[in-house]
Design a protein around this ligand. Structure first.
Ligand SMILES: Nc1ncnc2c1ncn2[C@@H]1O[C@H](COP(=O)(O)OP(=O)(O)OP(=O)(O)O)[C@@H](O)[C@H]1O
Ligand SMILES: [Mg+2]
Length: 76
């Protein structure tokens, strides 16, 4: 159970609903280590499980390359 994140959960769900209806969107979820980014995204991905869910992870050697983690999965 996540505490105090109802606005963030609603925002993610809105993007999921729009995506399901055919409107793309993007969310930048940023914060310090341990603040709860993954804890928000894991359940959101599960709620979107009727759609294709792609996941990617940034790696240190590519930290100078903007959006490098996306180029392998979204750039096609
Ligand atoms: N709002 C919250 N309510 C309850 N537990 C939370 C909340 N936010 C984070 N946590 C808990 O804190 C821990 C760290 O959260 P999480 O792993 O999601 O952080 P993170 O931002 O993804 O960190 P990192 O940047 O290291 O990947 C987890 O055990 C998570 O369940
Ligand atoms: Mg995380």
């Amino acid at each position: 159970m996540l505490h105090g994140r109802s606005a963030e959960i609603s925002g993610l769900d809105e993007v999921i609903v729009r995506a399901r209806d055919g409107s793309g969107g993007a969310v930048v979820l940023r914060g310090e280590a341990g603040v709860g980014k993954t804890a928000l995204l894991d359940p959101a991905a599960a709620r979107g499980a009727t759609m294709r869910v792609l996941r990617t992870t940034g790696v240190e050697p590519e930290s100078d390359l903007a959006f490098a983690a996306c180029t392998g999965c979204c750039g096609r």
